[in-house]
Design a protein around this ligand. Structure first.
Ligand SMILES: [Zn+2]
Length: 701
């Protein structure tokens, strides 16, 4: 697709915000030479991958795995690595800057030749020889001189430092202070390619291998809240040197008490305190759950009323932090993850609390919890999700982040006080599902091709329709994954934001404070955005603005609650949107459902009754169908896993004319030659992927 346009300011915005550094002064002029290379986009991406492996930012396996997934899902490898937090945008950016477009580095080195002659390190003749070789093989001048044994790394370092008016310090004679290493996390040192050596009040001195590194030190300075002073040094592999320096003190066993001894604060500087506080805020809040447990302030008024209540809560909190209850709760959560559940219901009933998992859209009873530990279990979940455990009369929303196996899970927790006690539902958001591509959705090849093509359009509106829980969000994310986060500026408006998408600005809709779809969309349109995802079109205002956005050069994705794709057109018409506007804005409507798949472990062929075959609309000649007879893997349901069923109404010129002339939606669908969800699902019944009963449950419902 398009060539890399990394200099475009908007593509950096996510990262900038995350790193807390301003970008305003960094105009496009700061990065020249970008567009000069003649390599194709994919070639350059490939080289960037190799460069990342070479620099040990990622491993060969990680790159291979991402490339393999790119082949099956269509999601660019770097997009996956960014999502998995293996690389940051700045790393990728640097790779493109230094490895793929080394023009500035080349210029640097030709100037280096002259400096070395001036320093009398080499002769004019030696320089001429080296330049001749450079013309032949295009290698860097410094490396050529090094290879010929004419200069040492130290001499080159000194020459570069002179050229750039920098200090020079020899690597071997410049150790790193423990304090400096503690202030700069190792991954930050690697990312910026610096070796921290010492701190004097608010000045951090670092060794660098290339003068160019200084360009990014302004960012580091904001990040660390210190002035950063760069000193040139002679080092061949700085990544390796960073590793060594960070490993060394750690093996000597530096703990926190040692830090206090070695770094006695000269005077209580308010700035330092402020910084420490900030630092602490950045750290993952491991201790917070304990703090929450012993912090009764929030519920104080209520507690005063019932003294006994207070003791009871303390007791429960104590119980909730006891090993058996903690173990029980983590077993429940892990069990849900292992069985592929999407939700956990803790349902207070008489005489016991039921624990149920929602698997493939259906609830299953998995265990019950005795009444006497029920409050402790509920409290434990509330502590984990940072909710107020003293509040059990009002609904609360919280959130848990948890690593289970290799995966990171985000769990949304919602409580609802009922007559029998608090009902708690935990919604498991598997972050890896963010990385599904269009090819993972279960589309028929023909539809897959069509949707991919539609998503590639630079503007227009694509609507995904279906009831709640039909997988609309997954489809939209898959579509977004197809877009290039580096060259396009992408903003989503969501209610709620459930998954974090790297490289994409996500806005949380909050009607209570006036952050509505319509308002935010209006504001977003003033922000030079290429791709907009509007979580849902619920009202006329949002519909109007979204349509205007699609007509003014934006690609707009959104969802509508309709039964099928053609109905979206009548819904928009009923909202009062003029037909000619719908016709010009709309690119396609996708209708979808999720259906359960027949369990592979217990799939059996059987002679299907005639009336069932007729109800599904299969030809009368059909004799055999498939279903799962039930086994352990599928909890005796006969179904395991789900797949999407889609219908795509593409707005062809003919369809466009018909929409504009107010033709009935049935006729529009016909002229669009749309294969309906029923058609697609029937196909899957025939292939034995979906059971006949499931067809009737979902499609004819
Ligand atoms: Zn089975």
């Amino acid at each position: 697709m398009a060539a890399w346009k990394l200099s475009k300011g908007t593509t950096r915005s996510y990262n900038d915000r995350k790193m807390g550094r301003p970008r305003s002064g960094d105009g496009a002029g700061a990065r020249p030479a970008r567009k000069e290379a003649s390599m194709s986009g994919s070639e350059r991406q490939r080289d960037a991958g190799e460069a990342l492996v070479k620099k040990e930012v990622i491993t060969r396996e990680e790159l291979d795995k991402a490339r393999a997934h790119e082949k099956t899902s269509g999601i660019p490898w770097y997009r996956q690595l960014i999502q998995h937090k293996k690389i940051s945008f700045s790393v990728l950016d640097d790779i493109f800057r230094y490895e793929i477009y080394p023009k500035s580095v080349r210029e640097e080195h030709s100037a280096l030749g002259r400096t070395l002659v001036e320093m009398k390190a080499i002769s004019e003749e030696q320089l001429a020889e080296a330049l001749k070789e450079q013309k032949r093989n295009g290698r860097l001048l410094g490396n050529i001189l090094l290879n010929r044994g004419l200069v040492t790394g130290r001499t080159i370092g000194i020459a570069l430092s002179r050229q750039h008016n920098m200090e020079f310090a020899e690597l071997e004679k410049t150790p790193s202070d423990r304090e400096a290493l503690e202030v700069v996390p190792e991954n930050v040192a690697r990312r910026y390619q610096i070796i921290p050596i010492r701190i004097e009040s608010d000045r951090l001195s670092v060794l660098v291998a290339h003068p160019q590194v200084r360009e990014s030190l302004a960012d580091l300075s904001v990040l660390l809240n210190k002035r950063v002073h760069a000193i040139m040094t002679n080092v061949t592999n700085i990544t390796e040197e960073i590793k060594i320096r960070y490993r060394m003190p750690r093996s000597k066993g530096i703990g926190l008490p040692a830090k206090k001894e070695t770094a006695p604060p000269p005077k209580p500087e308010p700035a330092t305190v402020e910084k420490k506080r900030k630092e602490r805020a950045k750290e993952p809040n491991l201790k917070k759950e304990i703090v929450t447990a012993i912090m009764p302030e929030k519920g104080a008024p209520m507690i005063e009323k019932e003294k006994n209540g207070k003791n009871r809560f303390e007791e429960i909190a104590e119980q909730a932090s006891g090993v058996p209850v903690m173990k029980l709760v983590s077993t429940i959560i892990e069990g849900a993850v292992n069985s592929g559940a999407t939700d956990i219901h803790l349902d207070p009933q008489d005489p016991e609390m039921r624990v149920r998992y929602r698997i493939d859209g259906v609830l299953h009873d998995v265990m019950s919890i005795p009444q006497d530990i029920e409050p402790a279990v509920i409290s434990r979940v509330k502590i984990m999700s940072e909710l107020d455990i003293t509040e059990n009369r009002r609904p609360q929303d919280g959130h848990i982040s948890m690593d289970i196996g290799d995966m990171e899970y985000d769990i949304r927790v919602a409580t609802l006080p009922t007559y029998l006690g608090e009902r708690v539902v935990l919604r498991l958001l598997d972050q890896s599902s963010v990385l599904s591509g269009i090819r993972d959705l279960g589309l028929e090849p023909e539809d897959e091709k069509r949707l991919t093509k539609l998503v590639e359009q630079p503007y227009g509106m694509i609507l995904v329709t279906g009831p709640t829980g039909s997988g609309k969000t997954t489809t939209l994310y898959a579509a977004l994954n197809q877009k290039n986060v580096m060259t396009d500026s992408i903003v989503t408006l969501e209610d709620p934001v459930e998954y974090q998408l790297s490289g994409i600005n996500q806005v949380q809709i909050d009607n209570d404070i006036g952050v509505t779809f319509a308002n935010t969309l209006r504001a977003a349109l003033r922000q030079d955005i290429d791709v907009l995802l509007v979580g849902e079109i619920r009202d006329v205002d949002t519909a109007r603005i979204a349509i205007r956005a699609a007509m003014t050069g934006h690609l707009v994705f959104s969802t509508l609650h309709t039964n099928d794709a053609p109905e979206a057109i009548s819904t928009l018409r009923n909202m009062g949107i003029p037909s000619y506007l719908i016709a010009s804005a709309l690119t396609a409507v996708v209708g979808q459902r999720l259906v359960r798949k027949v369990c592979d472990q217990c799939k059996k062929e059987y002679a299907a009754p005639k009336n069932l075959i007729k109800a599904i609309g299969l030809p009368e000649s059909t004799k055999k169908l498939f279903k799962g007879v039930g086994c352990q893997t599928c909890y005796h349901t006969g179904n395991k896993g789900r797949t999407g069923i889609f219908e795509i109404l593409e707005v062809t010129p003919e369809v466009r004319r018909m929409i504009a002339s107010d033709a009935p939606v049935e006729e529009i669908a016909k002229s669009g030659k749309m294969k309906t969800m029923a058609d697609r699902c029937r196909q899957k019944v025939k292939q034995g992927i979906v059971a006949p009963e499931e067809f009737l449950r979902v499609i004819r419902a």
